[in-house]
Every structure is written in structure tokens, then in C-alpha cells.
Design a protein around this ligand. Structure first.
Ligand code: PMP
Length: 351
């Protein structure tokens, strides 16, 4: 028998969101925080045009897309690093610091991939429980040791949707020594409307140990193509580029991401509709009697404890797939109005 790394025996499996289908053909996938919209025609056209070159390898340095992102955010091109989805950029980050004994701090519960990536990279996960569905930043700062190499801060947090305010994040970052890398994971940044929730790029501009992680999977609707990026100072972005697997970001993904940046105004109009639906869904749930934490992302969080799996099953009866975390709660993406109505119907019936 081939021998594998011992960590593979204990590593948690990543459980992706699934779709469900009722006997009469209803299916509303609210389990992966995707965009509910079809891709823009201009983006589909760019992909079709790009398909003519797929006999060739993609540009390994992603020059055009890197340039477009750098321009969009007014940062030097050397400060941009790309990956096959921001989860892969996160993996690259873990690879850059992960050596025996290296500790990585993050809140828990948060994005499911963090513990997996820490294990894969051979780093030690230091999980700091959420307090009232929020990052407990005091406890996270207190968890820093001389072995801490990186801290992940997910803002807004997946799966609770709760965000960290500017003053709290500033006070936290002031406490973190500058030889520790702080990653602000902002996969849902485009959905944030609360002005007290800071743009992570403001912190990156002021601090060399802070970087920001973003994605084309959510607001830009390219989940199926896998492209995400990091903005950080040259030593950080350079290290992340160094550990990238050659050609990881494929040709069509690069082209689609460039086309999406060109069509950004149109895409952000769609985001506005999702934000309005988010308000409608949260208010309807509260009117039904649910406790729903304030969310700045494209999903809501219901803490259901032992009833979580029953709730997911009840939603499935209406064709609604949610993302259950057994014993804890369910995360439900904001979809189009029809999907949201189906979810609200299931939620009301469950109560
Ligand atoms: N970060 C967070 C907080 C997420 O929720 C997700 C997606 N679920 C990702 C990163 C990764 O997204 P992607 O790899 O599609 O860019």
C-alpha cells in the first residue's frame, strides 16, 4: 500500500453546497452564496472568443487581469496575486507560512476551508470561538504567541454574515506585531452597505503586514470559472505568486474576469438587487419570529442548534437547498425573489 501523510486521516472534508429537486421539479440552490443571475452576454461573448486559443497554455503571470485589478484599485501591479478562486489564494497563503509549529489564528465558526488548508500546509490551527456571532477580536489578539505567523479575519464572516466595524478592526490591528501577516478575507465585500464596515484596502494601504483577499465568484458571478486575488505589499504578494502552481488560473477565467471588470457597473446593479432582497428576507424572517443576525453578505444565518438538520430537510421539501452545519445552524444564500419566497415559505412552515 502507498503511504500517505498521517494528517489525511484526520483532516475535515470540505462539504460543498448541493442542490435539491422536488418531485414536481422545483429546485432553489441557496447553499453556496452564488450569484442567482445568468452570466452577462458580454462576458459569455468574451469567453466564446477566448475559447479559440485554448490549445495554448494561459498566460502564467495573468498580466492583463493583474493590470486591470491594479488599475481598478489604484495599487501597483506587484501588489496583486491571483489564484484559481480565492480559496486557492488562501491555500497559497497557508503554503507561504505553513511549517511545523507555525500557528494560524482564525475565528470559529468561519469559512470551512481554513482548518483544511492549515492541515494541508502543516500549520497549527488556533480557532477562537465567535462571541455573539461576531469575531472576538480581543480573544484573537490574546491568542497571539511567538509561533503565530498569520491571522485570518473574515469580514463579513461566513457563515454568520456579521461584520467587524472600523474602530474595532483598527484597535485589533494596532495590537498585532507587524511580523504577523493579517489576511482580511473579503469574499463578500461588494454586498457591504454599512458605512462603519471598513474597506480592507484602507488597512492594506496603511500597514505592510495586512493583505486583502477578494473573489470573482460572488458579486461578479464567475464561481464556475475559479478566479480570486490578493492585494498586499510586494513581499506578501510576491510570496503568494511564488507558490502558485504554474498556469493555475486558466485562460477563460482570466478573460471572463477582465470582461467582468469592464462590465462592473452592470454587475453591481445586480448586487444592489440582491442587497434589497437581503433586507426583505431578513425582515420577513424577523416578522416570522426568527432571530437573524445583521448581515452584510449575500446570505443569512439561522442558529438552530439541534434542529439544524430538520430545518434543512424541511427546506428541501420546498426544493430549497440551504447550507446546514449540524448542531449549529444553517446559512441561506439570498437568491432571486422566487427562490427567496420559497425559502420564506419553508421557514414559516418550520416554525
Ligand atoms: N472566502 C470566503 C469567506 C468564502 O465564503 C469563500 C467561498 N465560500 C471563499 C473565500 C472562496 O471563494 P472562491 O474560491 O470561490 O473565490
Amino acid at each position: 500500500m502507498p503511504r500517505f501523510r498521517a494528517i489525511l486521516d484526520t483532516m475535515p472534508a470540505y462539504k460543498p453546497g448541493k442542490a435539491v429537486l422536488t418531485a414536481d421539479g422545483r429546485s432553489y440552490k441557496l447553499s453556496s452564496n452564488e450569484s442567482p443571475y445568468d452570466p452577462l452576454p458580454s462576458v459569455v461573448e468574451a469567453i466564446a472568443e477566448g475559447a479559440r486559443q485554448i490549445n495554448r497554455y494561459p498566460d502564467p503571470g495573468c498580466a492583463q487581469l493583474t493590470e486591470a485589478i491594479a488599475q481598478r484599485y489604484d495599487v501597483p501591479v506587484e501588489h496583486v496575486a491571483l489564484g484559481a478562486g480565492s480559496v486557492t489564494v488562501a491555500q497559497q497563503l497557508f503554503e507561504t507560512v505553513g511549517e511545523p509549529g507555525a500557528e494560524v489564528i482564525y475565528a470559529w465558526r468561519s469559512f470551512e476551508a481554513y482548518p483544511l488548508l492549515a492541515d494541508l500546509a502543516g500549520a497549527v490551527s488556533v480557532q477562537v470561538p465567535l462571541a455573539d456571532e461576531e469575531h472576538d477580536l480581543d480573544a484573537m489578539a490574546a491568542a497571539v504567541t511567538d509561533r503565530t505567523r498569520m491571522i485570518f479575519v473574515c469580514n463579513p464572516n461566513n457563515p454568520t454574515g456579521v461584520s467587524i466595524r472600523r474602530d474595532r478592526l483598527t484597535a485589533f490591528l494596532d495590537k498585532i506585531p507587524d511580523n504577523i501577516l493579517v489576511v482580511l478575507d473579503e469574499a463578500y465585500r461588494e454586498y457591504v452597505r454599512d458605512e462603519d464596515v471598513p474597506d480592507g484596502l484602507d488597512f492594506y494601504r496603511e500597514r505592510r503586514n495586512v493583505c486583502v483577499l477578494r473573489t470573482f465568484s460572488k458579486a461578479y458571478g464567475l464561481a464556475g470559472l475559479r478566479v480570486g486575488y490578493l492585494i498586499g505589499h510586494e513581499p506578501v504578494a510576491g510570496a503568494v505568486r511564488k507558490v502558485m502552481v504554474p498556469f493555475a488560473v486558466n485562460h477563460l477565467a482570466q478573460i471572463a474576469a477582465c470582461a467582468s471588470l469592464q462590465a462592473e457597473a452592470e454587475l453591481l446593479t445586480r448586487v444592489e438587487t440582491v442587497v434589497k432582497e437581503r433586507t426583505r428576507v431578513r425582515e420577513a424572517l424577523i416578522a416570522q419570529g426568527w432571530t437573524v443576525p445583521p448581515t452584510e453578505a449575500n446570505f443569512v444565518w439561522l442558529r438552530l442548534g439541534e434542529r439544524t438538520m430538520d430545518f434543512a430537510a424541511a427546506c428541501a421539501v420546498e426544493g430549497v437547498a440551504v447550507r446546514p452545519f449540524a448542531g449549529e445552524g444553517a446559512r441561506v444564500s439570498i437568491g432571486d425573489p422566487e427562490a427567496n419566497d420559497a425559502f420564506l415559505k419553508a421557514a414559516a412552515a418550520f416554525l
